[in-house]
Design a protein around this ligand. Structure first.
Ligand code: CTP
Length: 403
């Protein structure tokens, strides 16, 4: 599924070494269905050529406000009028300073001043330049003017230093641009999510786990962030990157066992919505061995199990009321092998939660596709087979209406 269909994006490039990442960004935005019109400053052309950008986007690149290829000779007005957003990557310290003062002495700065669409900037500069009081003032002013800053990140810089000022990776910028266009139905809300499998240790090298990939929980986290929420993601062992990490709106707590997940989750229930997406092991090992159990010709070991706490059930017991509405609004997940609606609804009632989401079977672990059955007291609603991100966005919209 493409998330930027029909979106027209003016991609501004200013002079900085991070401009080497911008061709990749253009490609990613186009992969999501956006049409991309590139505008470059004079300095940007020292780092990446207009020919590269034209070849990638299929559109002529604008570099001068005196370009007479636009019939009325007003490129700054025409380009910004047509755009759904202007995205500048990299945004140099110089360009940020200029824009924060409303200066307009080249095509890119002029079209930013003449725009009536959102402006997003991914700053990129040396750490001293980023930390300079003048740049911090520019960033603050731009924020106040409603400009969205994407990053910067901290890390290795082209100048050999390590610190704040690195441009976000192209995929991170693209993810944030996509997020920008989503409905902000959870703005100001706190969302807690458990995701992935748990791992119950038998000894220091062995254990019991399951096939949960964590994809559904991580995707719900991404959709909640896109909707404007602040997210706490409690993840069992899974190898997935934290979604939209650069926004600073997500906290991730990594846990291993069900008991650890239970403790971390119960300590974080001061939230508006709780999605229990994790595939929690129903049983843990009564006495995990401190040292590796040796084979040594011995008999098969007898492993004793103990029941794990039910995280969702225990969170549901903490529900309080604010302005006549219960919180957190608890959403459970159910994977059933037979009679999904009946068993999932029984589970919903047993756990004392308002909503449960059934995976309409089989084979959803690890896949990017899924279909869901959303059940609450008023009945059930099917969300047809689609990519997990699309399903997660629809689920977030349903839950947002409930709270
Ligand atoms: N869950 C939980 N803690 C557990 C077990 C399950 O929070 N110890 C949550 C899951 O994250 C999911 C929901 O409860 O949202 C249903 O999980 P499931 O394993 O299907 O339910 P069980 O209560 O274990 O029922 P079953 O007998 O079908 O396994």
């Amino acid at each position: 599924m493409q998330s930027l269909i029909n979106k027209k994006i003016v991609l501004g490039i200013s002079g900085g070494i991070a401009a080497y990442k911008t061709p990749e960004l253009a490609r990613l935005l186009m992969q999501e269905g956006a049409s991309v019109q590139v505008v470059m400053t004079e300095a940007a052309q020292q780092f990446v050529t207009p020919v590269t950008m034209q070849a990638l986007t299929g559109n002529p690149v604008f570099t001068s406000q005196w370009d007479n290829s636009i019939s009325n000779n007003m490129a700054h007005i025409e380009l910004s009028r047509a755009a759904d957003a202007i995205v500048i990557a990299p945004g140099s310290a110089d360009l940020m300073a200029k824009l924060s003062l409303g200066l307009a002495d080249d095509l890119l700065s002029t079209l930013c001043l003449a725009r009536d669409c959102p402006l997003l900037i991914a700053p990129a500069m040396n750490k001293q330049m980023w930390e300079h009081a003048a740049t911090q003032r520019s960033a603050e002013r731009l924020n106040k003017d409603g400009v969205t800053l994407l990053g910067p990140a901290s890390g290795f810089q082209a100048c050999g230093e390590v610190g704040m000022g690195r441009m976000l990776e192209p995929a991170e910028v693209a993810e944030q641009v996509i997020a920008f266009f989503q409905k902000k139905t959870l703005l100001g809300k706190k969302v807690l999510i458990t995701a992935g499998p748990t791992f119950e240790a038998i000894d220091p090298v062995r254990g019991i786990t399951n096939h949960s990939s964590g994809k559904m929980g991580f995707t719900i986290a991404r959709a909640a962030l896109e909707a404007g929420a602040q997210v706490h993601l409690i993840a069992g062992p899974c190898n997935l990157p934290t979604p939209l990490e650069a926004t600073g709106l997500i906290t991730r707590t990594n846990v291993v066992s069900a008991k650890e997940m239970h403790a971390a989750t119960l300590a974080a229930t001061d939230c508006d919505v709780f999605f229990a997406v994790a595939a929690v092991a129903d049983w843990g090992i009564a006495k995990p061995a401190k040292e590796k159990i040796k084979r040594n010709g011995k008999e098969t070991p007898n492993i004793e199990f103990v029941a794990n706490p039910d995280i969702l059930l225990d969170v549901a017991k903490t529900v309080k009321t604010k302005a006549g509405k219960p919180y957190p609004y608890c959403v459970g997940f159910a994977a059933e092998s037979t009679d999904l609606e009946k068993h999932a609804d029984e589970k919903r009632k047993r756990k004392g939660i308002p909503m449960i989401v059934g995976n309409i079977g089989p084979d959803t672990f690890g896949s990017d596709l899924n279909q869901l059955l959303v059940i609450d007291a008023s009945g059930s609603k099917k969300i047809a087979k689609a990519e997990k991100l699309q399903l997660a966005r629809q689920l977030i919209q349903l839950v947002a209406k409930k709270i």
